[in-house]
Design a protein around this ligand. Structure first.
Ligand code: SF4
Length: 486
């Protein structure tokens, strides 16, 4: 049989009462997942899929109404289906014209921690030449306020950004002054290991509504092993910092992130229990990223995707059981994906966007004025690869930076609807293009998806989440709540 059917195969079948609307499918177990252009999905038996594509379904088939309601087929009773589909697709892409809302300032590369998985090519604490200065900071702010986005979040990162807290103060005060004219919805985040936090810093954060994001990798021994610092007390510093920060700036204004190392793999329940112990209502079970020190120290290669998936699924099952027992707690990576699966919204999570979120959802101003489309591409530059370098705030205009080939080429080449394999994938609407990830491992913005660990990881999670919802009503109810952030 020829690979491509003749055109009349796809045209309206006059003897059929319905037309097919575009969709993709993948095998789940004995059943198939169908998904359409707007990301609506259905799980059906193989014979239903066969009947559907051969125009043999009738209204009396139990799946007919579900397929019609979710715009997989078009008949005389739902002739508004194409408009509905278009509306849902527009909703999904509503963030695009907003353009860049997250602006990351790397105010110092210095750090007193020496985490082997760190994405940053960190510098030792005394090298003040790795600090951003006011000239670079204010030129960067010029770019920030040229962004068309109505919401602007400025996030301070490092190294350890609190090592250059005086500059953070200047940037915050100057941004607030500029915003009197621009009237944007302006917010600030400091991503810190909390080792240097004190009341004076927190009082400033409170006054200007700056929120804190920190790292908590799990129980004391694991955290200290993952995040070494002089004194071997990074855990103590982190948990004391969390408590002090909550006391001064408010409980809800402090969040934490974990990173999975080889030592974490057998300890997912203990890690989750640690988050429960400190009153967090969720956790983001994050895999290592292939950048910076994680590559240099070979930490990235220390476990396989399959091992991380076992860790992730064990953690997710534990969290589901906690909820079954009345403890409200969620896993944020699942919540992000579920929002994409169960609603028409897009969460704006940069790793799961197409077009990719690099540069157009988030942007990084490095301490030296170089502008990178993501934190990960900055790491590549620190390792000597400037493929994604968009320009420098001291020498380039907003137009030159945001229309640079270093941004446009990877964006254009990696749009998933036109990428081999992704274009026919049932999960394309939930997935992302990740050109920096693929470039850093495959030297190609797209890569062959059959060899992509990103593809393997996400395909497994998409199927797992859908399967769990299909087989367990409690999980369906729970995941719907997570998807709608309620
Ligand atoms: S990366 Fe893999 S899972 Fe994602 S859209 Fe492409 S083929 Fe599908």
């Amino acid at each position: 049989m020829s690979k491509f059917q003749p055109i009349n195969f796809y045209q309206s079948n006059k003897s059929s009462s319905y037309q097919l609307l575009p969709f993709s499918f993948d095998k789940l177990d004995q059943r198939y997942i169908l998904s359409n252009f707007s990301g609506e999905y259905l799980v059906v038996e193989r014979d239903i899929l066969d009947k559907l594509v051969n125009h043999q379904l009738t209204e009396s088939d139990p799946d007919y109404l579900r397929l019609r309601a979710k715009q997989f087929l078009l008949d005389s009773r739902n002739d508004i289906a194409p408009e509905l589909l278009a509306l849902k697709i527009r909703t999904r892409y509503v963030r695009l014209p907003e353009f860049t809302s997250l602006h990351i300032f790397v105010v110092s590369l210095r750090c007193e921690h020496s985490c082997p998985y760190c994405q940053v090519s960190r510098q030792s604490e005394d090298k003040s030449k790795y600090d951003m200065d006011e000239v670079v900071a204010f030129k960067s702010l010029d770019l920030v306020f040229q962004s068309p986005s109505n919401s602007i979040k400025i996030e301070f990162q490092g190294g350890e950004p609190l090592l250059n807290f005086e500059l953070i103060k200047s940037i915050v005060l100057d941004a607030i002054k500029r915003n009197v004219q621009h009237q944007k919805n302006l917010g600030f985040v400091i991503a810190t290991n909390l080792a240097l936090i004190n009341k004076e810093i927190l009082n400033f954060c409170k006054e200007y509504q700056i929120v804190i994001s920190t790292s908590l990798d799990g129980p004391e021994d694991l955290h200290n092993k993952n995040r070494p610092r002089p004194g071997k007390n990074s855990y103590q510093k982190a948990v004391e910092g969390i408590e002090l920060a909550r006391e001064v700036i408010g409980f809800q204004n402090v969040s934490a992130l974990m990173t999975t190392t080889e030592s974490s793999l057998k300890r997912v329940k203990e890690i989750i229990n640690e988050y429960l112990k400190y009153g967090f209502d969720g956790i983001f079970l994050r895999a290592l990223s292939p950048y910076g020190f994680a590559i240099k120290t070979k930490t990235y290669a220390s476990y396989k995707t399959e091992e991380w998936l076992d860790f992730y699924k064990e953690g997710l099952e534990y969290i589901i059981d906690l909820n079954r027992n009345g403890i409200r707690f969620q896993e944020y990576y699942a919540s992000t994906i579920l929002t994409k699966i169960l609603t028409s919204q897009d969460t704006g999570y940069v790793d799961l966007m197409s077009p990719s979120g690099i540069g157009i959802a988030a942007i990084v101003y490095n301490y030296d004025g170089n502008v990178h489309p993501s934190d990960e591409s900055r790491m590549l530059a620190e390792m000597g690869d400037n493929t994604f370098l968009m320009g420098n705030v001291l020498t380039n205009s907003y137009e030159e930076i945001f229309s640079s080939e270093a941004l446009l080429k990877p964006l254009e080449e990696s749009i998933t609807v036109s990428v081999p394999r992704c274009h026919e994938c049932a999960f394309e609407k939930y997935c992302g293009s990740e050109p920096v990830y693929h470039y850093s491992l495959h030297k190609d913005f797209v890569a062959r998806k059959a060899e992509s660990e990103f593809c393997k990881k996400n395909t497994s999670i998409f199927k797992y989440l859908i399967q769990r919802m299909e087989e367990d009503d409690f999980v369906m109810h729970l995941f719907t709540r997570w998807a709608n952030r309620t």
